[in-house]
Design a protein around this ligand. Structure first.
Ligand code: ADP
Ligand code: MG
Length: 398
């Protein structure tokens, strides 16, 4: 059995583990599949050293350290407990959160983010992935908080949207007739997608419904346009707003939870492509290559070299700038971000696996600068009364 350090793995459920301000990076190694076994037998390109360290065994051997290295024996439930639970806890406390799944096609991104959702929620399936588990936990947490803070009249509103970026175009997965949506910037709203469908959700079942619909639309879109879904990025977003009263003042908190299933990170072959096809081939991974460049240059910045960070160059990086960019002043970097880099352990994938490990290592240097998004607004009358009260007290002290 390759599961090293199971005991220290338990330790990772300690919430202080996530206090680090940098982007959290997790490597997830999937089991070998039958094609790989038939081609390369059990020959592996990686060796796990501990639950935080992994060695690429090619030439030259390279060792990498991450927040967590999850081997093939780490279940969906376990991964959720370690990474999903603290993410939801943060989000309910008002922090933006963003989880990316990175890796070559077939490495397990969709298995990690969605998994088997046909069978319903986790009570029904061990393969049910991160997103459905996150929402099941989110709504149970909301319920508990509401009960515990009934006196403050605590209320929550959750709104979801689901989009896909393909060939630098944004498609609304909850309304597939809506294509080529535009990203806008607004002082108050921040960066947003114009005319994107938003559904209010009040239960994990509502979310599952949207996920299934979106996943089905994604399939249809990819068939109609004759392309592989591995070339598109999907972004599922939930905006969580809470409101409560204390001492006559109404408090508002809002946060965003983004769950991103990235396009396959493998190098695109554009051989034989001409005209439109060639343009498509170069565009396909523009978002991904820009993400790589942005991360590389951000790391440059944290080493005090001023490099151009080309976040405007692709839809993905432009849309998610708040969640990836840091140290450039607020609101950039206002997020707790987790990257799950998925790899195959087979020798067949040695070079793509190395490239993913290197990407993940660079991403680890990015610092987050998350703050609680909160506003307090009381009705003017109560505030005036409070001011009068304070004035009285001040004059009494004099
Ligand atoms: P990607 O989305 O990165 O292209 P998938 O998530 O579709 O890859 O995974 C490819 C195949 O490998 C699927 O059949 C999936 O069920 C299987 N798989 C991926 N990761 C795991 C894992 N950790 N455990 C078991 N099976 C996995
Ligand atoms: Mg996939």
């Amino acid at each position: 059995r390759g599961s090293h350090g199971v005991q220290s793995f338990e330790m990772l459920e300690d919430p202080s583990f996530w206090k680090d301000h940098n982007v959290q990076v997790i490597i997830r190694v999937r089991p070998l599949n039958s094609t790989e076994v038939s081609l390369q037998g059990n020959n592996r390109c990686v060796r796990q050293d501990s639950c935080q360290s992994i060695t690429w065994t090619g030439h030259p051997e390279s060792r990498f350290t991450f927040d967590l290295v999850a081997d093939e024996y780490v279940s969906q439930e376990k991964l959720f407990k370690v990474a999903g639970v603290p993410m939801v806890d943060n989000c309910v406390s008002g922090y933006n959160s963003c989880m990316f799944a990175y890796g070559q096609t077939g490495s397990g991104k969709t298995h990690t983010m969605l998994g088997d959702i046909e069978g319903g929620t986790r009570r029904h399936s061990v393969n049910c992935g991160m997103t459905p588990r996150v929402f099941e936990y989110l709504f149970s947490k909301i319920q508990k908080e509401k009960e515990a803070r009934r006196e403050e009249k605590l209320q929550f509103t959750c709104k979801c949207s689901f989009l896909e970026i393909y060939n630098e175009q944004i498609l609304d997965l909850l309304d597939p007739s809506s294509v080529n949506l535009q990203i806008r910037e607004d002082l108050k709203k921040g960066v947003y997608v114009e005319n994107l469908t938003e559904f209010e959700v009040t239960s994990a079942r509502d979310v599952l419904q949207q996920l299934l619909e979106g996943a089905a639309n994604r399939k249809v879109a990819s068939t109609n346009m004759n392309r592989a879904s591995s070339r598109s990025h999907s972004v599922f977003t939930c905006v969580i707003e809470s409101k409560w009263e204390s001492q006559g003042i109404t408090h508002h908190r809002f946060s965003r939870l983004n769950l991103v299933d990235l396009a396959g990170s493998e190098r695109q072959k554009s051989s034989g492509a001409e005209g439109e096809r060639l343009k498509e081939a170069t565009n396909i991974n523009k978002s991904l290559s820009t993400l790589g460049l942005v991360i590389m240059n951000l790391v440059g910045i944290s080493n005090k070299k001023a490099l151009h960070v080309p976040y405007r160059d692709s839809k993905l990086t432009f849309l998610l700038q708040v969640y990836i960019f840091v140290e450039l002043g607020l609101p950039w970097g206002n997020s707790k971000t987790i990257i799950i880099a998925n790899i195959s352990p087979s020798n067949c994938c040695a070079f793509e696996t190395l490239s993913t490990l290197k990407f993940a290592q660079r991403a680890k240097f990015i610092r987050n600068n998350a703050i609680v998004n909160e506003e307090a607004s009381g009705d003017v009358l109560t505030m005036r009364l409070q001011i009068q009260q304070l004035k009285k007290e001040v004059s009494r002290l004099r």
